[in-house]
Design a protein around this ligand. Structure first.
Ligand code: G16
Length: 593
């Protein structure tokens, strides 16, 4: 579907100015000639608070769509990147299809052209799920890419919007870049906007403006090609086409709707009804596209019914998170990554020569560490945020990693990958059921998980989220926890638990030596049990407190307990130590995982 459309904008004859430059009012412009595309220098003024969080900049959509809010950040990004990286480069643009992405795409394209980018690859309709964006950056050898998404946060004019930049290996920009962007947002005074018309993003093809070109690409192609290299599609197809196997994938009206039918149904032969909520909507149909037990309630209801499918999965707004369910059974993300890692070499061709290493974020339960020990490979404990895995992958020391926040992935891309996690589980199920005749006793998600616990032990885990709190009392609570951790001593008693150590997690990147401080206050006990508190870095307003609880159980007779029951004493201790109710006024969490 190539539509070559060469439209060279005429050279502007002069570098005329109408009040542009440093001290001029926002909104006035001056033009200057640049190759064959005219670049306007639009005056702007810095906007407060454009600091990147755990994953990009996230704010209310109304904030982003107002004035130069987005343009200021994007211009600051171009100013922060080395000139040689930007000039003449290729970049990628896509997003989760939420409200304002269409307008934002046009703003970003004009700024890209104005700042010297030569070529932009854009997913059709502005669509690219986050892992696909990472795949496209790598496949097209782009210098980086923009992902327009506030991830699992709701979308629409009154909800959230977000943007992040991934660098040339396809990974979220490291903090040294995001810090530099923030620096420029505090002084930005000029936007370099190419004077080009809006580009039709609804049709694949190339549009040229002088030296600058925009190529609209199919959002699925590069990514699907990569997934076919990673997995044994014939093996997965043998499972999905069995008459006695049923799956349900819930795209939550978000971006994986654009991927689920082409991949699961069209290529892998799943029944068309196995994809639900599969059409991406700008407001996610009013839903909260966060695949957890609270927000993916439609899927949870089906998977906990009498007639439940064998396998259930959901993904989030931008397709990087995943939730895995079996028939009346939930797999915690911490267990999920451990089980995938334990089975990867047998079931997934990409890993057939072995795993280089494993990694999890600090609050993620340590089930993965036990698999790493069993396999004899390194296991890294990083701060929350996928960006911390990238260096390890680039250095060839990490194959599979995951986070308790429903993120699972591998080094085929540099993002967590929802569809990949689903295909990984389907690969394990297909492998385990290869010799089971149709109508026979199939091996299910629950059996695979329980066998894993029996072999490695079970790391009971739960996370409590207190969403939409006021920021100041939450900050005060974290400060008080820091003080308590600093004063705590090895051997201190917390109920039946004996303290091993307490600290505020700090990470030194083993590859580049960069240090990330204040990444979560943790109290770790001598039996490996832990509780951890940190504030979310992905909200768009207010504060969200996350409390993480973990306890190891080696005895198979006790592994079947409900996690909330098994963890109740430690939860009570964590709530008491933190004085959470007193600080936040909250008696109960908004989400329990
Ligand atoms: C982002 C990051 C993840 C992180 C998650 C939760 O995910 O990419 O690495 O674990 O946020 O972060 P926080 O606890 O700070 O809210 P996503 O899916 O929102 O991009």
């Amino acid at each position: 579907c190539m539509r070559a459309c060469a439209r060279a904008t005429p050279l502007a004859s002069a570098t005329s100015a109408r009040g542009g430059g440093k001290n001029s009012r926002a909104g006035t412009t001056k033009t200057r000639a640049m190759a064959t595309v005219t670049v306007k220098e639009v005056a702007t003024t810095p906007i407060e608070g454009q600091k990147t969080g755990t994953s990009g900049l996230r704010k209310k959509a109304a904030v982003f769509s107002e004035g130069n809010y987005l343009a200021n950040w994007v211009q600051s990004l171009f100013s922060a990147l080395p000139r040689d990286d930007v000039e003449g480069s290729s970049m990628v643009l896509g997003g989760d299809g939420r409200w304002f992405n269409k307008e934002a795409s046009q703003i970003i394209l004009k700024l890209a052209a104005g700042n010297g980018v030569k070529k932009m690859y854009v997913g059709r309709d502005g669509y690219l799920c986050t892992p696909a964006a990472s795949a496209v950056i790598r496949a097209r050898e782009a210098v980086g890419g923009f992902i327009m998404s506030a991830s699992h946060n709701p979308g629409g004019p009154t909800e959230d919007w977000g943007i992040k930049f991934n660098y040339s290996s396809g990974e979220p920009a490291p903090e040294k870049i995001t810090d530099a962007i923030y620096g420029f947002t505090q002084t930005v005074d000029t936007l370099k906007m190419a004077d080009i018309p809006d580009v039709d993003l609804s049709v694949c093809g190339v549009t040229k403006f002088g030296d600058f070109e925009v190529e609209v690409i199919d959002p699925v192609d590069d990514y699907l090609k990569l997934l076919k290299q990673v997995f044994d599609f014939d093996l997965i197809k043998s499972l999905l086409t069995r008459a006695d196997f049923k799956m349900q994938f819930d795209a939550m009206h978000a971006i994986t709707g654009a991927y689920a039918k082409p991949i699961f149904v069209d290529v892998l032969g799943a029944d068309a009804n196995s994809v639900v909520n599969g059409v991406p909507k700008e407001d996610f149909a009013g839903g909260h596209p966060d695949p957890n037990l609270t927000y993916a309630e439609e899927l949870v209801k089906v998977m906990y019914s009498a007639d439940a499918p064998d396998f259930g999965a959901a993904s989030d707004g931008d397709g990087d998170r995943n939730m895995i369910l079996g028939n009346n059974f939930f797999v915690t993300p911490s267990d999920s990554v451990a089980i995938i890692a334990a089975n990867a070499v047998d079931c997934i061709p990409y890993f057939k020569s072995g795993l280089k290493g494993l990694a999890r974020s600090m609050p993620t339960a340590a089930a993965l560490d036990r698999v790493a020990a069993g396999l004899g490979v390194e296991c890294f404990e990083t701060p929350t945020g996928w960006k911390f895995f990238g260096n390890l992958m680039d250095a060839g020391r990490l194959s599979v990693c995951g986070e308790e926040s429903f993120g699972t992935g591998a080094d085929h891309v540099r993002e967590k990958d929802g569809p990949w996690a689903v295909l990984a589980w389907l690969s394990i199920l297909a492998y385990r059921n290869e010799d089971v005749p149709v109508g026979g006793e199939k091996v299910g998600v629950e059996q695979i998980t329980k066998e894993h616990w029996a072999k490695y032990g079970r790391n009971f885990f739960s996370r409590y989220d207190y969403e939409g709190c006021e920021s100041d009392p939450c900050n005060a609570m974290v400060e008080s926890l820091r003080a308590k951790a600093a004063a705590a001593k090895k051997g201190d008693k917390y109920g039946d638990y004996e303290l091993d150590f307490a600290d505020d997690f700090e990470y030194t990147d083993p590859i580049d030596g960069s240090v990330a401080k204040k990444q979560g206050v943790r109290f770790v006990f001598t039996d490996g049990s832990r509780f951890i508190f940190r504030l979310s870095g992905t909200g768009s307003s207010g504060a969200t407190v996350r409390m993480y609880i973990e306890q190891y159980e080696a005895d198979p007779a006790k592994q079947g307990a409900d996690a909330q029951d098994a963890l109740a004493p430690l939860i009570a201790i964590a709530l008491e130590t933190s004085q959470l109710a007193k600080f936040t006024g909250r008696e109960s969490p908004t989400v329990i995982t």
